[in-house]
Design a protein around this ligand. Structure first.
Ligand code: BGC
Length: 754
């Protein structure tokens, strides 16, 4: 591509020199506070003023450093100003090298923005996002992302493609593991915490990164849970369910947004003007930049949306995608579109400006390089591992503990540890852990050895192998292996059986048609349970699995998700009572995939819920989930009582305070997540039977008591009405429930009057 713009006049060049000298001033401010809006804009405009069309297009071009070889060297492209950003590069020496070429050898000296999927940690792998959400602990999540940002930025990665906030109500969809589950209110709270953790108090905070909320929007509604398949979602559901976490990210100041891959109501999200212009920019006032998902610009042709790459460029660009991730489609086509006047230079400037502004805010012009001597120390900080252990403890969900098998006694003389996930490292990281090192992961076997005295005999048996490609076969082991596992269980005081999914069984391109325990795991489970010995089933997973048999036959089930680098130690802490599980489900756990989609915030039907004559929903099986949204047990017990409302009647816009007393009535210290749900009884549209509108995770010592209060105001009581096509707070009677999960029974009502 040839240069389409010549360098400007002497005066312009002088302005440019002054702009380049300003780093000193900027460097000062970078350390302490955000530069002023006006200063950032002025600097970006000055840069734009001196850039050629090709250099501008370069800023909208992001290249993969790994996996997709290029015909031209990266250095050559950088020198020519053809690239503004790289992804999938994590080696600080290589990053410094590329930055050097950009800053020293390109005409405009514009630093590169290095992006990466810092999803649940960088070197220190934390529990997967679905697990983090299960903590219902925004301060923990913020802390985790702060550490992830610190590690990433110490390696030169200044842009994280996180948080992934797609609501998922179909767990066959593999990417449910990357989000916060089924509920918009919880997801929004988790999202805000992630943005705060990643970006810090302002975009450009030292040791933080630029966050990227993704995938805009409704990717989680893919038909049948099949990854990348089309989503058909009404505007009502978009605005009330799928958009709120994105809106929360924008309100929290997220600097970038990633457009999704799939068709939304027949228009690909990466060419979708309604999403990227109308909602994101006009309604929400987003002023950062949008990056396409990987190759999504080019893929507008495979979608059958654009006839060729040039049209794909035109569609994505005019819809509002600033940066083309990976496909070089903008690089090859934007210049022609501008030369042919199908797009204007002013439009191009408007698309480049927020990218430059992000680089300015991040302080990249002043600090393009990373101090390689410091990197390893940051990545190996012991405090980060300690936080990973705490996070894995706080994210676990105790699903069943019928005969109080847990916590186990440290004085048992022998323990059987069985299962294909009991002595593995990489699978405990879960998907999206590219910068983490599997060799650093503590296995569950190792965690138990670390915990128990040398005199305790720990016998391990794999029982069956597990492989993604074999998941529906019987090819993953033999009856002899299962028999060996059974014998191991027979000769031990208690058995811990670790089943679930490998890391490559969930995540992107990892949807499943079945939620069954893959391979021979169910057979292994039934054989080990038949021994009648005390049995604890530990699940390692990124989605609900079909455990209905276990829920009826195994007295103790603990879900630890993909727990990350300190997984083994945290599991041992939980099993032996050094940590008390306090996590809660962020989705309704189906009895089997036959119930999907299943979510607690469904509407009422025309028939009373208790009707025996005309049965709403299924007659041949329960319509309720195996475990409800918000559910999770504990080694202690809590009583929640004395629900009080500050008002019985309020006007629109006024607030009602709901308070409850919470008491730890058991004998161990523990955490409870107190949850508040509402229901609007009538209005211009049907409203869900229950909606989460408040929660708090608290710790109480045995006998400890506290009073919690929750505010219900305009934000909690409004919704987008499909009848009026607007956000409304309507006069109506409202139910309020407070309790331990979405089936809470402590109840009262209040009225909003006109
Ligand atoms: C995923 C994104 C990810 C991107 C870059 C895509 O395939 O959908 O979530 O950020 O790759 O790795």
């Amino acid at each position: 591509m040839t240069s389409r713009r010549r360098p400007g006049s002497l005066l312009r060049n002088l302005t440019f020199v002054i702009a380049c000298l300003s780093p000193f001033v900027q460097a000062q401010s970078h350390e302490t506070s955000a530069p002023s809006e006006a200063a950032v804009q002025q600097r970006a405009n000055t840069l734009l003023h001196h850039m050629t069309t090709d250099e501008k297009i370069g800023q909208l071009t992001q290249l993969f450093y790994q996996y997709f070889p290029d015909t031209v060297s990266f250095e050559e492209r950088i020198r020519k100003g053809q690239v503004g950003s790289f992804l999938f590069i994590t080696d600080p020496v290589a990053i410094n090298h590329l930055q050097h070429v950009a800053v020293e050898e390109s005409r405009m000296h514009i630093p590169l923005l290095i992006g990466f999927d810092v999803i649940h940690g960088f070197r220190t792998t934390f529990p997967v996002p679905l697990a983090l959400a299960s903590s219902w602990d925004p301060s923990l999540i913020e802390h985790v992302q702060t550490v992830a940002a610190h590690e990433a930025s110490a390696a030169g990665v200044r842009w994280a493609f996180t948080p992934m906030v797609d609501i998922a109500r179909d767990p066959r969809w593999g990417r449910i593991v990357e989000g916060a589950g089924e509920d918009p209110y919880l997801d929004a709270a988790v999202t805000r915490a992630q943005v705060r953790g990643l970006q810090g108090p302002y975009l450009g905070s030292p040791e933080h990164v630029l966050a990227c909320v993704k995938h805009f929007a409704a990717y989680g509604a893919a038909d049948g849970g099949r990854d990348y398949d089309s989503s058909y979602v009404s505007e009502d559901l978009l605005r009330n369910v799928y958009f709120p976490p994105f809106h929360a990210a924008i309100d929290a100041g997220v600097g970038s947004v990633m457009s999704a891959y799939m068709d939304l109501n027949d228009v690909p999200a990466s060419g979708n003007t309604f999403l990227l212009q109308q909602v994101l920019r006009k309604e929400w006032g987003f002023s950062g930049f949008v990056v396409s998902d990987a190759f999504a610009v080019q893929d507008l042709t495979t979608h059958g949306f654009a006839s060729d790459p040039q049209e794909a460029t035109y569609r994505a660009f005019s819809a509002g995608v600033n940066m083309d991730m990976g496909s070089k489609t903008y690089l090859a086509n934007l210049g022609n579109l501008i030369e042919d006047k199908k797009l204007s230079t002013a439009q191009l400037d408007n698309m480049v400006r927020p990218v430059l502004e992000a680089k300015i805010r991040l302080g990249l012009f002043e600090h393009p390089y990373v101090d390689v001597a410091q990197t390893e120390a940051v990545l190996k900080a012991p405090e980060s591992r300690a936080l990973a252990r705490l996070a894995a403890q706080r994210t676990a969900v105790l699903l069943r503990n019928e005969s109080h098998t847990l916590p186990l006694s440290k004085s048992l003389s022998s323990l059987a540890l069985i299962g294909p996930l009991a002595n593995v490292q990489k699978p405990l990281q879960g998907p999206w852990s590219f910068a983490g090192e599997p060799k650093d992961v503590v296995t569950i076997l190792q965690g138990l050895r670390n915990k128990l005295p040398a005199s305790t005999r720990i016998e391990y048996a794999q029982g069956t192998d597990l492989k993604r490609e074999y998941q529906n076969d019987d090819n993953t082991g033999s009856d002899a292996e299962i028999e060996k596992a059974v014998q191991t269980a027979m000769h031990a005081d208690a058995t811990v059986l670790v089943l679930g999914e490998l890391d490559d069984m969930s995540g992107e391109a990892a949807s499943r048609s079945s939620l069954d325990l893959a391979g021979r795991q169910q057979r292994l489970l039934e054989a080990v349970a038949a021994t009648g010995k005390p049995l604890v089933l530990v699940l390692v997973n990124g989605r609900p699995l079909n455990i209905s048999w276990a829920a009826a036959h195994v007295s103790t089930i603990l879900d630890v998700w993909y727990p990350g680098i300190e997984g083994g130690n945290a599991v041992a802490d939980l099993l032996f009572g050094d940590a008390n599980p306090g996590g809660k489900l962020t989705f309704s756990w189906p009895r089997s995939e036959d119930q999907i989609p299943i979510y607690y915030a469904h509407n009422l039907t025309h028939v009373p819920e208790t009707s025996k004559d005309f049965v709403s929903r299924y007659w041949d099986g329960p319509s309720s989930p195996l475990y409800p949204f918000g559910y999770g047990l504990n080694y202690t017990s809590f009583a929640i009582s004395n629900l009080k409302l500050s008002h019985r009647q309020v006007g629109a816009g006024e607030r009602v305070e709901a308070s409850v007393d919470v008491e730890n009535t058991g004998s161990k210290a523990g955490d409870e997540v107190v949850q508040l749900y509402i229901h609007q009884r009538s209005g211009s549209a049907s409203r869900p039977v229950r909606q989460l509108k408040g929660f708090r995770r608290i710790t109480l010592a045995p006998g400890g008591k506290t009073t919690l209060s929750f505010a219900l105001g305009k934000d909690e009581l409004s919704y987008w009405s499909p009848s009026t096509q607007a956000w409304v707070e309507e006069p109506a009677e409202f139910d309020v429930w407070v309790g331990e999960d979405s089936t809470a029974s402590l109840h009262d009502t209040f009225t909003v009057h006109p």
